[in-house]
Write a protein that binds this ligand. Structure first.
Ligand SMILES: O=c1nc[nH]c2c1ncn2[C@H]1C[C@H](O)[C@@H](COP(=O)(O)OP(=O)(O)OP(=O)(O)O)O1
Ligand SMILES: [Mg+2]
Length: 198
């Protein structure tokens, strides 16, 4: 059983919110932190986990509800794991298209064998803003960075992320399929198991 019946999702990213909501299903009534505040907390942590906790605490504080945060990003082998926790700000906070253009430019002429990458997701659930024991679940998704964007689904780096198990880009997957395979899906499966929900 879910230990509460209402939860705030601590994300301002519409793509993430849609995916998290779909994965949570009807197990819990889901609100978005945007209903309570437009101010995004600064992501000052050095890890996905620290940033997820920071966002979850902030959402719990402004809403008075238990909060679930997702901190995620793309770690590219050839770049030593960059952009990593800085994925959203890779091109200076100018959005997904600019981030993708920068990544393609940086990897220009890098052969396929060196274009391995993984999506990383850390979920943090806090029962209240000062919860001393947040629940943390992680998920990884291995793939490769394409040479040009493909597909219209999803968000962020999805058009550049080749999914070997499906022979297509992450942005070519039906949303329901991405929600079975992704880093976020894996982290959420662990969280659900931890909470004892289906
Ligand atoms: O499934 C994904 N498919 C494509 N791209 C993705 C995915 N998952 C994370 N990403 C990228 C988007 C963004 O560049 C960064 C997350 O940054 P991150 O700070 O966690 O999220 P955000 O600032 O967009 O929203 P918020 O912090 O309010 O949850 O990684
Ligand atoms: Mg963010």
């Amino acid at each position: 059983m879910m230990p509460f019946n209402e939860l705030v999702l601590a994300s301002h990213n519409a793509g993430k919110l849609k995916e998290l909501q779909a994965m949570l299903g009807t197990a819990v009534r889901v609100r978005s932190v945007g209903e309570f505040s437009d101010v995004e907390p600064e992501e000052t942590g050095l890890s996905f986990i620290e940033n997820a906790i920071l966002k979850a605490r902030n959402a719990a504080r402004v809403s008075g509800l238990p909060a679930l945060a997702d901190d995620s990003g793309l770690a590219v082998d050839h770049l030593g794991g960059a952009p990593g926790i800085y994925s959203a700000r890779y091109a200076g906070g100018q959005g997904d298209a600019a981030n993708n253009a920068k990544l393609l430019e940086v990897l220009k002429n890098v052969p396929d064998a060196q274009r391995g990458a993984q999506f990383v997701c850390a979920l943090a659930l806090v029962r209240h803003a000062e919860d001393p024991l947040p629940i943390i679940c992680e998920g990884l998704w291995q793939g490769r960075i394409l040479h040009a964007p493909r597909g219209e689904q999803g968000f962020g780096y999805d058009p550049l992320f080749w999914v070997p198990e499906r022979d297509c880009s992450s942005a070519e997957l039906a949303p329901a399929d991405k929600n079975q395979l992704s880093h976020r899906a894996r982290a959420m499966a662990l969280l659900k198991a931890r909470l004892g929900i289906a």
